[in-house]
Design a protein around this ligand. Sequence first.
Ligand SMILES: Cc1cc2nc3c(=O)[nH]c(=O)nc-3n(C[C@H](O)[C@H](O)[C@H](O)COP(=O)(O)OP(=O)(O)OC[C@H]3O[C@@H](n4cnc5c(N)ncnc54)[C@H](O)[C@@H]3O)c2cc1C
Length: 466
Amino acid sequence: MSRNHLETDYLIVGAGAVGMAFTDVILKETDANIILVDQHHKPGGHWNDAYPFVTLHQPSAYYGVSSVELSRGQKDLTGWNKGLGDLASGAEVSAYFDNVMKQHFLPSGRVQFHSMCRYDGDKKFTNILSGEEFDVSVRRKTIDATFLKTTVPSTHTPNFSISPDVQFMPLNNLPKVRKTPAGYVVIGAGKTGIDACLWLLEQGASPDSIQWIMPRDAWLLDRKNTQATEEFFFDAIGSQAGHLEAIATSESIHDMFDKLEACGWFLRIDENVRPSMFHGATVSQMELEQLRRIKNIIRLGRVQSIEHDKIILDQGEIPTSPDHLHIDCSARAISNEEIKPIFQGDLITPQMVRSYQPVFSAAFIAHTEAAYGTDEEKNNFCGVVPLPNHDTDFIKFTAAFLMNQYKWGQTPEIRKWLFENRLDGFSKLLASVKPEDTEKSALLDKLRANAPLAATKLFQFMNEIN
Ligand SMILES: Cc1cc2nc3c(=O)[nH]c(=O)nc-3n(C[C@H](O)[C@H](O)[C@H](O)COP(=O)(O)OP(=O)(O)OC[C@H]3O[C@@H](n4cnc5c(N)ncnc54)[C@H](O)[C@@H]3O)c2cc1C
């Protein structure tokens, strides 16, 4: 079959949240043309494979692409997120990205979207349905928007064996259950494990019918602190200031985690078990109360195999049966712990430059690409905030984030960009404080005073760990 030749300024591999947020800023801030390639049939990446009851876990207000609002601007009136900003469902996020592509990107005449196409490397891709092959002359850069390697239960292969006669499913299939099982075994304690447990409880399953396999307990974040609106100023900015003070005044790493919990930055499910995992999963206080109703938590390490009548774990075994429903939540959402420079010659590899914010990060990286000159200058503004896994990863993760914030704060052009960007939830909130607002101003003073002290302490802890 003959090859098709295409030309573009930017070749973006992956039309997930990261590829879409990057494209949006390049479209707005440059006159470049863009080719997006993705093996899904629609943009939105993993949201196309998500379980039916998935939602964002942080407010919709600062998710998606910069130039198109996703939030309905409402607070939830019912449910366990009541009183907090709306959380778009997976279906809404998927429809949103489809709309952004069809109504904004494609009509610009500067974007081509090649769906159902597999990128083969070296600026070549193949249409999976037709077998047609393409190669692309790229005038500016290639963007690897697949690097974060998001995995979700429906597309991941569990790393343990499963007897053919047991009931085993990704949480995607839970709404299809039609026969009451002997019990539910939720495998995994990350955000999807939490979602599976909450869904079961919400739909009426008894907490005693749930066994929750929790290889590691996790430090969780309080969703109240992620609300970037005036009403939540003292939660959002207060918790920022409080957590910096907690770090700055801590005497050891152990003490730092104690203080972070005491000031409300971290939550945990069981107050008697010290978490050793940190993925940035976010819950509301009401959700936490619900999760605490589940008493049958199995802390025997990871599953090695599910057999006819027992589950073998790293540190023991528990009974099960073919009448139990085993729910796979063992996929790790963003799993790539490797880091590399974001700007390297004609390749851009978007990664996190602000904690917990992959889409903001992609937008900011695109702005840096559009506005600054050398790779050195761009990488200086875009220090990689490494994805956390273990509890102590919080240290380098927060240190990297503070370094970036410091550099951005010193650069008026970036301060202005942040202030005007929808995905930066907090700059407007900070800028809204008037000098006569003494309580808020005092909080800002506390934030500013503790940021450098916290950074110093984090570097000290990093040295201790090393
Ligand atoms: C349940 C859940 C809830 C989340 N909630 C939030 C939240 O509230 N707030 C927040 O900020 N973040 C949230 N996240 C994280 C975040 O939205 C995304 O997971 C993250 O941005 C990753 O997006 P991505 O574009 O890097 O990856 P993906 O969505 O995986 O997109 C990558 C794309 O690349 C394509 N691709 C890969 N390889 C190839 C190839 N060889 N050829 C062609 N195409 C290829 C894939 O088909 C895919 O479409 C959540 C994640 C999950 C799983």
